[in-house]
Design a protein around this ligand. Structure first.
Ligand code: NDP
Length: 455
């Protein structure tokens, strides 16, 4: 087929994705980004088009939606909606986190599941892609309420998951506490201590060292590799990290270990600035041990720290130089104007710790300005890769040391960087990590799908 035939074929398939999935804006956005990278792939490999691989990849293998009834502390019955989208299992069991956030609907889970398929392929590990969650809001809920919700959620989910079937983990609103309650209920219902059914478990009961840190550390390792291509490192760099949850916290820690200074982080209420550099240990304690807010951190930190309620972190760029930006909160949190502010502040590199935090406009502004841009499906793959290491340890009843596991994570991130860079070059766009990640992830999944036949 001619190139123009391929682009019109892609346009037709995308139109069909829009028609079949109405109102799912985030899913459309994630699919569009992958489609935009694939024209040259279909030119070189017509077998993918002939076998309708792309059409099949866009249709989840299974979508589960269920009622989650639970009783709050006041004795009232609450109803939430649960989701698990099992997107693609060509490479291994479905693998991907659970998100508990009031904004969650089917379109959120489908965008995350779709991204996960390619991300997991990029890790080179034997894992397919899936994602799940609920519109439950854990914020302000007691431990007892969170436990009852998790137990009810798992009472339906358990029949769909398993070590060889589907292995969930955490995401926004789902950390060690929630994984504990979910695993406890799974164990109780099935009467099996099946450690490999969930990842992100506590280190004392089947969890892996470094899993908690892995996504944030991995994003920083990926950014470090990008910086190396320009002869740069984190040493002496001024860095912004959005969010203050799991990914943001450990990105902050790793940047500091590599000699950078993180001058701001954020939550959904505002931004904490600290020209002297954030105090990681205090921040971790406030957020993880006390389940506090960023404003509490600033109050305890005093001195140079300042909390700006309602502010957007990227406007910190107006206040001075920014060398590296790591968006680690949520989707579409960095738009075109934010990207322009970052470029004006001299940003060298942006690596996405979150999933799809940059809008398409932002990606365009950054890449046109020559900023090194690491897309989430590559830059934040360290979390799922370390989950796969946790599965390996569970399967062999083994546990690895922190330094050994961190070294494996670093090698995996270097491998993903190398793979994206090489693929981008092979396809004539050196330095385009978006293209490299999409093509490399797609071809690995597509080859497996071709081998497995039409299923
Ligand atoms: P957490 O729940 O631990 O933290 C989320 C952080 O982002 C919080 O600071 C939260 O602020 C902020 N945030 C969430 N939603 C919004 C919003 N709508 N507007 C502004 N701020 C918001 O989640 P994680 O750190 O685990 O996840 C962060 C991102 O990283 C997500 O995109 C997730 O999909 C992605 N990711 C996570 C992985 C993991 O291993 N955990 C793996 C790969 C990707 P607040 O507390 O005020 O809500």
């Amino acid at each position: 087929m001619t190139p123009s035939t391929q682009s019109s074929r892609l346009a037709d398939i995308f139109a069909e994705v829009l028609r079949r999935n109405p109102g799912e804006a985030e899913f459309h956005q994630a699919a569009r980004e992958v489609f935009d990278s694939l024209e040259r792939v279909l030119e070189r490999h017509p077998q993918y088009a002939d076998a309708s691989v792309l059409e099949r990849i866009c249709e989840p293998e299974r979508q589960i939606i269920f009622r989650v009834p639970w009783v709050d502390d006041a004795g009232r019955v609450q109803i939430n909606r649960g989701f698990r989208v099992e997107f693609n299992s060509a490479l291994g069991p479905y693998k991907g986190g659970l998100r508990f956030h009031p904004s969650v609907y089917l379109g959120t889970i489908k965008f995350l599941g779709f991204e996960q398929v390619f991300k997991n392929a990029l890790t080179g590990m034997p894992i397919g892609g899936g994602k799940g969650g609920s519109d439950f809001d854990p914020k302000g809920r007691s431990d007892g309420e969170v436990m009852r919700f998790c137990q009810s959620f798992m009472t339906e989910l358990y029949r769909h998951i398993g070590e060889y079937t589907d292995v969930p983990a955490g995401d926004i609103g789902v950390g060690g506490r929630e994984i504990g309650y979910l695993f406890g209920q799974y164990k109780r219902i099935t009467n099996r201590y099946e450690s490999g059914v969930l990842t992100g478990k506590g280190v004392g009961w089947g969890g892996a060292l470094v899993r908690t840190e892995a996504t944030g550390y991995g994003a920083v390792f990926f950014a470090e590799e990008m910086l190396k291509t320009r002869g740069e490192s984190f040493e002496g760099k001024r860095v912004l990290v959005s969010g203050s949850g799991n990914v943001a916290l450990y990105a902050i820690q790793k940047v500091q270990q590599l000699g950078g200074t993180v001058v701001a982080c954020s939550d959904s209420n505002g931004v904490a600035y600290d020209e002297a550099g954030l105090d990681f240990e205090l921040l971790r304690r406030v957020k993880e041990d006390d389940r506090g807010r960023l404003a509490d951190y600033v109050e305890q930190r005093g001195g140079s720290a300042e909390y700006r309620a309602g502010a957007k972190i990227w406007s910190a760029a107006e206040a001075g130089r920014v060398d590296v930006a790591l968006p680690c909160a949520t989707q579409n949190e960095l738009d075109g104007d934010d990207a322009r502010a970052l470029v004006a502040a001299g940003v060298l590199a942006v690596a996405e710790g979150a999933n799809m935090p940059s809008t398409p406009d932002a990606v365009r502004v950054l890449t046109e300005a020559g900023v090194l841009f690491g897309p989430g499906k590559a830059a934040n793959a360290g979390g799922v890769a370390t989950s796969a290491l946790e599965m390996q340890q569970n399967a062999s009843r083994d546990s690895w040391s922190f330094p050994h596991t961190e070294e494996r994570l670093r090698e995996i991130m270097q491998g993903i960087h190398e793979n994206c860079a090489r693929t981008a070059e092979e396809y004539g766009e050196p330095g385009d990590y978006v293209l490299g990640a999409n093509i490399s992830g797609f071809t690995r999944v597509a080859d497996a799908m071709l081998a497995l036949g039409v299923i």
